[in-house]
Ligand binder design. Structure first.
Ligand code: NAD
Length: 520
């Protein structure tokens, strides 16, 4: 059985018991260590608001030790063979598969989502690890023999050095797995700073990475908020930063990290539109829309949070409301739960205020989930499915990302109106159209200025043979997460031109060594 030192428990099944909360450890130089900090952040079970663990804000000394450990480990890890690194990925994917349900339980405990959704969170991350197993192809360079007489050129994809990952709360397993496996399999080392709101899944994954054969120091974990983020942005040994989270933090980290000469990839907020054409399959469309709007309590960057009904499709709205009403709101560990709680009471207040702002600005509240009590979990941060209709682009509930189980909905006359609405929105993370007409679908995919498009697919998150390609206001940087782009992000090109000649006489070239060499 695995031991889970970050929560101090030998079995995740005890996580739901009444043991006093243990502290989450730092992971430095291959060891789980108790922080010496005097600043702690409480992590609550969102379904009960009971404290489940306390997370340290790592001290400056601890963060320096983590960076030094990564720096030192890089000297040897970067020189291991690609086959050695590949083997670690094979072992890691096996360990994650074996422990998938335990990781999911921890996610439900700390983040709140339903168990089945938490298992999906782990699985989508696992797929990145599986893709990393093909690093022997992914990290191939290029060669061109005979670029001049007896001269060949080849390019290698070499690692960068120490890298860092900063993650959000909403996918506690998947997003750390977007980062450290790819960084490490390319030969880098990494400092992870998981979300201080639910670091448990990341700590379990790190423990599995160690068991998979990752040498001490290659992966270190620090915890905290602003100080740890500033440390990462400023530390000279850190060459690249991967960030996923809100606009505010993402823009700040992109600017501060870039100013310090680091590569930064920053995935940020979203407002994703689902366009419902009257020729779509009604039943399938409404089911998909409901799952994508309310699943994970709307706390997905790819949630379809805005529905645009085109023409006659608006007649389906009453049926949508009836279906949404049937969703079961409950604690994520309850087997009948469709929608779990929001991450915090503050988050619940924010969502409720945004719903109220919509009402105050003239939207019609067709379904109100704000006043919900869940039996047995009266202290939880629950909001039921909520639908605001006749929303206008200038309303706050449209201009802000709600990140809750709230669908804002609007009616337009034509497909062009819908496309214009989407393109006028600053975000470009994802969008989807529901239609049975190929020409309509093609026009939509070509004319929308959004990085990820679904056709009859509500949450088009690409598998790792592709990359996660949010665009415009949802992304800063130029290399996306995972897939080929992820490998490009964590590597740099080194190009070698070499000449080997067997006849020494030929080496005394007649060309002037002072002129720019032109290769003939
Ligand atoms: P968040 O920005 O609050 O936190 C993300 C990370 O940044 C955390 O590790 C946190 O400690 C740190 N952080 C928070 N505020 C900071 C600040 N002011 N300065 C420096 N660092 C700070 O995000 P969250 O609430 O955990 O996650 C939800 C957000 O993430 C949503 O906006 C969602 O759309 C976005 N998200 C985007 C994607 C994507 O791929 N585009 C995926 C998941 C989540």
């Amino acid at each position: 059985m695995m031991f889970y030192p970050q929560v101090g428990l030998s079995s995740p099944s005890r996580l739901y018991g009444s043991v006093s909360p243990a502290t989450t450890k730092l992971f430095i130089d291959g060891k789980f260590v108790e922080s010496k900090t005097d600043k702690w952040i409480d992590v609550h079970n969102p379904a009960t608001n009971e404290i489940v663990t306390r997370v340290p804000e790592a001290t400056r000394d601890e963060m320096e030790t983590a960076a030094e450990s990564c720096k030192k480990a890089y000297e040897t890890w970067s020189k291991t063979t690609v086959l050695t690194r590949q083997q670690v990925m094979f072992n890691l994917q096996n360990l994650i598969k074996t422990n998938l349900k335990d990781i999911a339980k921890n996610i439900t405990l700390e983040q709140g989502k339903t168990i089945v959704d938490a298992e999906g969170d782990v699985t989508r991350g696992l797929q990145v690890v599986e893709h990393c197993c093909s690093i022997t192809s992914l990290q191939l360079g290029e060669t061109m023999p005979g670029i001049a007489k007896d001269m060949d050129t080849m390019s290698f994809r070499v690692p960068l050095g120490v890298t860092a990952g900063i993650t959000p709360f909403n996918f506690p397993a998947m997003i750390p797995l977007w980062m450290f496996p790819t960084a490490l399999v390319c030969g880098n080392t990494m400092i992870m700073k998981p979300s201080e709101r639910d670091p448990g899944a990341c700590m379990m994954l790190v423990e599995m990475a160690k068991e998979a054969g990752l040498p001490d120091g290659t992966l270190n974990v620090i915890h905290g908020r602003h100080d740890s983020v500033n440390f990462i942005c400023d530390h000279p040994a850190i060459k690249a930063i991967s960030f996923v989270g809100s606009d505010q933090a993402g823009s700040y980290i992109y600017e501060r990290g870039s100013k310090n000469g680091k590569r930064v990839q920053s995935n940020m907020g979203a407002k994703n539109h689902g366009v419902i054409m009257p020729d779509a399959n009604k039943e399938n469309t409404l089911n998909q829309l409901i799952g994508a709007a309310f699943g994970a309590a709307g706390q997905r960057c790819m949630a379809l949070s805005t529905a645009i009904f085109v023409g006659e499709a608006k007649e389906w709205i009453p049926e949508l409301i009836e279906k949404a009403k049937k969703l079961k709101v409950n604690a994520g560990n309850e087997p009948d739960a469709d929608i779990g709680p929001l991450i915090s009471p503050e988050s619940k207040n924010r969502v409720c205020e945004l719903v109220q702002s919509g009402v105050d600005e003239g939207a019609q509240l067709l379904l109100d989930g704000r006043d919900i009590t869940v039996k047995g979990y009266e202290q939880g941060n629950f909001v039921g499915p909520t639908v605001l209709h006749y929303v206008k682009p200038e309303m706050k509930c449209y201009t802000e990302e709600i990140f809750g189980p709230v669908l804002v909905s609007m009616e337009v006359e034509t497909l062009d109106d819908a496309i214009n609405m989407i393109n006028a929105n600053p975000y470009g993370n994802g969008t989807a159209i529901f239609t049975n007409n190929g020409a309509t679908a093609r026009k939509f995919t070509m004319d929308t200025d959004v990085g990820q498009v679904g056709v009859n697919v509500p949450i088009p998150v690409p598998l790792p043979m592709f990359s996660f390609t949010g665009s415009r206001g949802s992304f800063k940087g130029d290399q996306n997460f995972y897939g080929k782009a992820g490998v490009n992000f964590y590597t740099q090109l080194k190009t070698v031109t070499q000449m080997w000649r067997s006849d020494d006489a030929d080496l005394s070239s007649k060309a002037s060594p002072y002129a720019m060499p032109i290769m003939k």
